[in-house]
Design a protein. Structure first.
Length: 331
């Protein structure tokens, strides 16, 4: 048989207060996991001071699938018996609905609670109906945050510790992950508020490059940020656009240029290798481009030149353009 994880603790607290009097409280607590997923917690306390009160509590809880949890507890305090049961579903971290039903009895008083929660990217909304001592009350609570940073106003969930604002250099709809969990996508200004960071710790942020337009380049998809407590940092991902396309280059007889030939762009001085079928990728095209292609043969070095006009497409696709005829350069 395997060992059962358990913990035991004992405390003793002495308090002398002019309003509540003298208390000397000792307590014992025990917790363990039983029957696979069932957790049990038990505690007992006694006031060795003036009140001489004794209390005993036992609680059982069990998780279910779909973020659901059930619990039941019972005991007595100051000779008053109590019992309580609850069933709840926690909202998904990504957002959605949750709820809680709770009922109990202490001495002769019956209590009940019904609660519904809606979690969104911008905060939590909680509605509750509570019954106690024959009275029914309702409550509606909301929580969230507003952050002013990077020239933008961003709404998000409640910030309890630290936060970051992700900046993708103006690129919208970029998926952002915190510790490999999707948080959301950047807005039209390329910003996203990440509200649940740990202060003074290394928080791992990343973006999904597969969702970037094909004409975008990025130096790094991962960042580690360590904000101060009750403060935020700007997490900037250097994303830049480029004008590029794959070109098909042929000679004056319509034959693809030889693999291994080099294409030199006169406007930038950059060199590119020509592959099979006369294809080469140029990543810095201007509206007008002059290319010089060079390669070696058994008869010596050969060269040709051509002009390539370029206009980027509206859908930011990497097109294959051509064929472009490369005219021989005579010496």
């Amino acid at each position: 048989m395997g060992s059962v994880p358990a913990s035991v603790s004992a405390t003793y607290v002495g308090v002398d207060d002019p309003y509540s009097g003298r208390s000397r409280i000792g307590s014992l607590a025990y917790s363990s996991t039983i029957a696979s997923r069932v957790s049990m917690a038990a505690s007992v306390y006694h006031d060795f001071g003036g009140t001489r009160n004794t209390g005993v509590f036992v609680a059982l809880s069990m998780p279910f699938g779909g973020n659901m949890n059930a619990s039941v507890s019972g005991g007595f305090d100051q000779h008053s018996p109590m019992v309580n049961a609850s069933l709840s579903r926690t909202p998904d971290y990504e957002g959605g609905f949750g709820w809680q039903l709770q009922g109990g009895r202490q001495d002769t008083n019956t209590i009940g609670l019904g609660q519904a929660t809606y979690r969104s990217r911008y905060g939590d909304l909680i509605g509750s109906v509570y019954q106690n001592r024959g009275r029914t009350s309702t409550e509606l609570d909301g929580s969230g945050s507003l952050v002013f940073m990077a020239g933008d106003v961003l709404a998000g969930r409640r910030i309890d510790d630290a936060f970051a604002v992700v900046d993708t250099n103006g690129v919208p709809n970029v998926p952002v992950l915190h510790e490999n969990r999707l948080i959301g996508t950047t807005n039209s200004a390329g910003h996203l508020l990440v509200p649940n960071l740990l202060a003074y710790d290394a928080n791992h942020l990343s973006i999904d490059p597969l969702r970037l337009p094909a004409t975008m380049s990025i130096s790094s998809t991962n960042l580690n940020v360590s904000p101060q407590a009750r403060a935020g940092v700007l997490a900037r991902f250097s994303i830049a656009s480029f004008s590029g396309a794959q070109l098909k280059l042929v000679d004056e007889k319509g034959r693809p240029l030889a693999p291994g030939a080099r294409a030199i762009v006169s406007e930038t001085g950059k060199q590119y290798v020509i592959g099979y079928d006369g294809l080469t990728f140029i990543d810095d095209l201007k509206p007008k481009n002059h290319l010089l292609a060079q390669w070696n043969t058994a008869e010596g070095r050969r060269a040709c030149e051509l002009d390539v006009p370029f206009a980027p497409t509206a859908d930011h696709a990497l097109d294959t353009l051509g064929p472009f005829v490369c005219k021989a350069v005579t010496r």
